[in-house]
Design a protein around this ligand. Structure first.
Ligand code: PXG
Length: 463
């Protein structure tokens, strides 16, 4: 069997397209282009199989919060693998790393004294669906089953996760959403508020009231929960107006509905607090987490259970018939312990809040001057640039221009990983990024915007 260094890029690409079905990918289209083979990484940089260095402004897939190459996480995994690589928590057993992590999570998430572990964010959201319905069952209100989510939300790829999500393309495959899940419009001011002449704050209140309208339409006694990402990630880093979440919280309380914050991306420092719900000023009943809990070094996810729900499930629920082989996997939990320890030791949450977050925001305000940029927003170390056809009027590019993909292709060639979501270019770099590295990233982004503008002009999409 060949080891990574023994094959050429072309050989890797041939084997890749012969056998590997990639997630969210047109298999045949990828086979024509060939994958870029990523072989190693350090800090915020990746190296591909041709030796090219790439600045990873997406932290892998929104997860490598502490950056690549952190030896403490490697050591924690190796030590735990030697001592006890696996044991389950089903039949009156537990392992020290899982117990210690549950304890530590309760400390970083005040008010969430309990945790249910899964292997991923999707499984965490499947757990959410079962848990909120079980909660109302136990309370003698089994008809409270409906979960309200939002269009353009992302909550995972399992049947329940994809159903909670509001991605039309996903619902079009496989008979989704599953019953009992409904979606309201997202709090995207540029799309739904700007042209209606609303200020961001006015729009935030209006968007929150869409939740109340839906609750009244269905009947509050049928609604189990509302779920949302504090800041939508995969949907394009949609940062809601400051008025949105406090109003959502008031509406949920008024109708007795559980409030679920999907913190898979926004957890563990990304927004400048431990959890995005703190940044957005609301207190959920349940929080889904994954990604940043281990900085992506090993899969782990779960649900942080607030005291209101925990008390009912523990005191009155009996057996909760749900669990995964890897619920509380000792190696994953050991890595999470080391990761959270490192986040604390390096002061990364405060660093995002007080230092690199504001610095990124200032540099993004400069990018807002670029002729291609209609809007530039950040929240902690998440950022988005909206690419527009006409800066003066805010007119957007037609879908056929595929402006985001054009820009992403330039980024790829220039050694920068940036995600394109329609006409939004988004970033979420590792929380260890320095000022100098932010400068380097912004210079690369600027160059790619210039190249994109030149191409759009030559193809007649822009003036
Ligand atoms: N909730 C949120 C908010 C997410 O962002 C999940 C749940 C599902 O987590 P798992 O671990 O099952 O993947 C996610 C995942 C993208 C992209 O293209 C985003 C995610 C996953 C894959 C791609 O931005 N987020």
């Amino acid at each position: 069997m060949a080891t990574p260094t023994q094959r050429t890029t072309a050989e890797w690409q041939a084997a890749d397209s012969a056998h590997f079905l990639h997630p969210f990918t047109d298999f045949k289209g990828l086979a024509r282009k060939g994958s870029r083979i990523i072989e190693r990484a350090h800090n915020i940089y990746l190296w591909d199989s041709d030796g090219a260095k790439i600045l990873d402004a997406m932290s892998g897939l929104w997860c490598v919060n502490v950056g690549y190459g952190q030896q403490a996480l490697v050591d924690a995994a190796a030590k735990q693998m030697q001592q006890l690589p696996f044991y389950n928590a089903f039949f009156q057993t537990a392992t020290p790393p899982a117990i210690a992590l549950a304890e530590l999570l309760a400390e970083v998430a005040p008010g969430f004294g309990h945790v249910f572990f899964s292997g991923s964010g999707s499984e965490g959201n499947d757990t959410i669906v079962r848990m909120v319905r079980r909660y109302w069952d136990v309370l003698g209100q089994p008809e409270r089953t409906v979960i309200i989510s939002r269009h353009n939300a992302y909550h995972g790829s399992t049947m329940a996760g994809a159903s909670l999500g509001g991605m039309a393309g996903m619902h079009a495959q496989g008979g989704l959403p599953i019953p009992g899940i409904t979606h309201i419009e997202q709090p995207y001011w540029w799309e739904h508020g700007r042209l209606a002449g609303l200020t961001r704050d006015e729009f935030g209140l209006q968007a929150a009231r869409w939740l109340e309208d839906r609750i009244l339409e269905i009947g509050a006694d049928k609604v189990a929960a509302f779920i949302g990402e504090p800041v939508q990630g995969a949907g394009g880093v949609i940062i809601p107006p400051a008025t949105y979440w406090p109003e959502i919280e008031r509406i949920c309380r008024r109708h007795g509905i559980l409030l679920v914050s999907d913190e898979v991306i926004t957890g563990f420092g990304r927004t400048g607090r431990w959890f995005g719900s703190e940044t957005m000023g609301f207190k959920p009943d349940l929080m889904t987490f994954a990604k940043g809990v281990t900085s992506g070094y090993i899969p782990l996810g779960g649900v942080l259970v607030g005291d209101r729900v925990a008390e009912v499930l523990i005191e009155r629920g009996g057996e909760f018939t749900h669990g995964y082989t890897y619920s509380g996997h000792p190696v994953a939990c050991a890595v999470a312990l080391a990761n959270i320890g490192l986040i604390r030791e390096l002061g990364l949450v405060e660093r995002v809040h007080d230092d690199v977050g504001p610095y990124l925001a200032a540099r993004f305000r400069e990018l807002a001057e670029h002729p291609l940029v209609g809007d530039a927003e950040t929240c902690g170390l998440m950022g988005a640039l909206l690419l527009v056809k006409d800066k003066a009027t805010g007119e957007r590019f037609p879908d056929e221009a595929e402006i985001g993909m054009v820009c992403r292709a330039h980024c790829f060639l220039e050694g920068l990983i940036m995600r394109a979501v329609g006409d939004r270019m988004i970033i979420a770099p590792p929380l260890v990024i320095t000022h100098e590295q932010i400068d380097e990233m912004v210079a690369l982004i600027r160059r790619c915007l210039d190249l994109t503008l030149a191409q759009a002009r030559s193809e007649g999409w822009a003036r």
